[in-house]
Design a protein around this ligand. Structure first.
Ligand code: R5P
Length: 307
């Protein structure tokens, strides 16, 4: 889980952002907020599935913007894009990836497993000089620069956007902010504290990709209470569905969900309604139908706040 700020802050803003068609709106919005220019990276796929990447224009402080969900092809594309900037003489290339993939496998949980976080971190650190992300899933590696060999890294959080979203809607004081597990504590507290709302954490044991067991804290009254679940990422949706059923069984009045990264598909969204989730609100770092908070603002505010 990310904290609101981290070590080795960059004190850096790009003068040109290179983005991709799948996240053009957010990349352009970020460039506008930072007073940078924006250029689309042209990606051509050959019949054999290899890609050709082409960038136009020169930059002194370039950054590549791309959320790296569905990551495998995107990782190759951003690395090829960085190589063009390097060949053009850039000494300091930023990667602004609102979503960073492969962060959860930070150890070998079973013998023989690759430690994906370490491998992908090393790969990206060989091509980029600084990193910005939003709620990267940091657990056993406590800070983002630890993923990237000590290179300047800024881990931002979607929490202030969630707070603002709730304030704008006059969130009631009958609300409990609930995290699904201990790892969600920083983001849960960062939402609850400024709103002066009570918060609690459930305990989660993951048995499989779509199989989790959740135990609620015993001393939290849920009857007739509105619950807002806060988590950094929703992937299969199993966590929030299981948690929602548990709080509904104890009489929760409504359940809304706030997340930074929404990765789930439309079928899962239907299951959310059936489980009793009233609404999911996410940041638009990963373009998704639940988006209602601006990642460009989170990143621009974060970069501009650096001394
Ligand atoms: C877990 O460590 C994360 O914070 C999320 O709770 C988790 O990744 C959600 O996954 P899913 O939606 O597949 O249950």
């Amino acid at each position: 889980m990310a904290s609101g700020s981290t070590e080795h802050k960059p004190a850096w803003t790009p003068d040109r952002i290179f983005g991709f068609a799948d996240s053009q709106v957010q990349g352009k919005a970020l460039a506008d907020l930072l007073g940078a220019s924006f250029e689309i990276v042209d990606v051509h796929y050959f019949p054999d599935s290899e890609c050709r990447v082409q960038l136009r224009g020169h930059a002194h402080r370039p950054a590549i913007y791309r959320p790296l969900h569905i990551p495998n092809a995107k990782l190759i594309e951003v690395i090829l894009a960085a190589s063009v900037l390097r060949d053009d003489g850039a000494k300091d290339i930023g990667l602004i990836a609102p979503y960073l993939p492969y962060m959860r496998q930070d150890i070998a949980f079973r013998p023989g497993e690759a430690v994906s976080q370490r491998v992908i971190g090393k790969l990206l650190a060989a091509h980029f000089d600084r990193f910005v992300s939003v709620d990267p899933h940091l657990h056993r590696t406590p800070t983002l620069d630890g993923v990237f060999g000590g290179k300047p890294s800024l881990a931002l959080t979607g929490a202030p956007a969630m707070v603002q979203h709730l304030r704008d809607r006059n969130v009631s004081d009958n609300v409990l902010i609930l995290g699904p597990d201990e790892e969600s504590e920083p983001i849960v507290k960062a939402v609850a504290a400024p709103l002066d709302l009570p918060w609690a954490l459930a305990k989660k044991v993951r048995k499989g990709d779509r199989d989790v067991q959740i135990a609620l804290p015993e001393d939290v009254p849920l009857n007739r209470r509105s619950v807002i679940i806060v988590d950094d990422v929703i992937s299969s949706g199993t966590t929030v569905i299981t948690l929602t059923r548990a709080v509904r069984d104890l009489g929760a009045k409504t359940v809304d969900v706030y997340t930074t990264h929404a990765l789930y598909d439309d079928r899962t969204a239907d299951s959310f309604s059936m489980a009793g989730i009233r609404r999911v609100v996410s940041c638009d770092g990963i373009p998704h139908r639940s988006n209602d908070m601006s990642v460009a603002k989170i990143i621009a505010d974060g970069l501009l706040a650096c001394p």
